[in-house]
Design a protein around this ligand. Sequence first.
Ligand code: AMP
Length: 187
Amino acid sequence: MDLIFFGIQGSGKGTQAKKLAAEFGYDIFEAGGELRKIAASGSELGNLVKTYVDAGNLVPHEIIMQVVKEAILSRPKDQKILFDGIPRDTNQMKDFDDIMQSAVRDFVVIYFDLDRQTAIERLKGRASIEGRADDADEQAVLRRFQIFEEKTKPVFDEYKKQGKVKAEIKADRSVEEIYEELKKVVS
Ligand code: AMP
């Protein structure tokens, strides 16, 4: 069974994904990370992607769906995947669900719940450690929160209606506390 992590930027889902993947053998598909790699490549596509990522806007639908589709289809069926950062709007959700269905893969959803103020504090710390332009730029941070509320939350709500949400985890705690709860949910 695959997993999808939802949560605002700074909710710690990336950190939890790494811990869980290491212990339970998931491959992580981190949408933002994949797009940052493309942006850093210096290709024409990369330069285009970079303009969206730096501003905190969603990159065009076809680009991200092509990347995730390749990632899904290139993996053997028995390799569990942990999706972080996709699907992010209802269009992506529709195509994502179709790809997963044709690949005969099933998934459940886990939500990391964090208030904006705490998230902003965490992102400031991350910006200086990782040097991410979109974390350092306040406008880009606010834009990403806004997109989460307006576009991504409805995806989560729909999965909830479908009974796919396995847990909603309070993320204003230490990495270890959150991980303990996550492990119970997954195992
Ligand atoms: P994140 O690392 O999840 O904060 O994502 C960083 C940036 O990558 C976002 O602000 C978007 O510009 C882009 N991005 C990540 N995931 C997606 C997605 N599913 N669809 C479109 N753009 C995305």
